[in-house]
Write a protein that binds this ligand. Structure first.
Ligand SMILES: [Zn+2]
Length: 117
């Protein structure tokens, strides 16, 4: 495991801002970058409290993996439904897959990631 550097934190925060400006979510999102691992198997979580969605990610991961995790979790936020409680076990429904694919294409295939400064 690596560590959470200021540079990595800045990069993740900028990507999160880009996502919020380009992809709608039913509630505003807050990104929480953790300086330590959440759990051996959990790289990130998405949960809702009041009228806000909290995305927490393990900031000690290698940067590219942390970015993938952020996009994975953000796709959960994009497809958040009023009934679902995902903080225990996130579900990967077809809608989540479509949301993830949309952002994946933008960031990794259409060069979006390089455009985010
Ligand atoms: Zn998930």
């Amino acid at each position: 495991m690596g560590r959470l550097t200021e540079q990595k934190k800045r990069r993740l925060n900028r990507i999160h801002v880009y996502l919020t400006q380009n992809y709608m979510t039913p509630f505003p999102t807050t990104l929480v970058i953790l300086g330590k691992a959440i759990d051996k198997k959990v790289l990130g979580t998405t949960s809702k409290s009041k009228r806000r969605i909290y995305i927490a990610i393990d900031g000690t991961m290698e940067q590219s993996r942390a970015i993938e995790t952020l996009v994975h979790e953000y796709a959960h936020a994009m497809t958040w439904t009023y009934q679902s409680i995902e903080d225990v076990r996130p579900h990967h429904c077809p809608e989540w897959g479509l949301a993830y694919a949309r952002v994946y294409q933008d960031l990794w295939e259409d060069g979006g990631l390089e455009m985010i400064k």
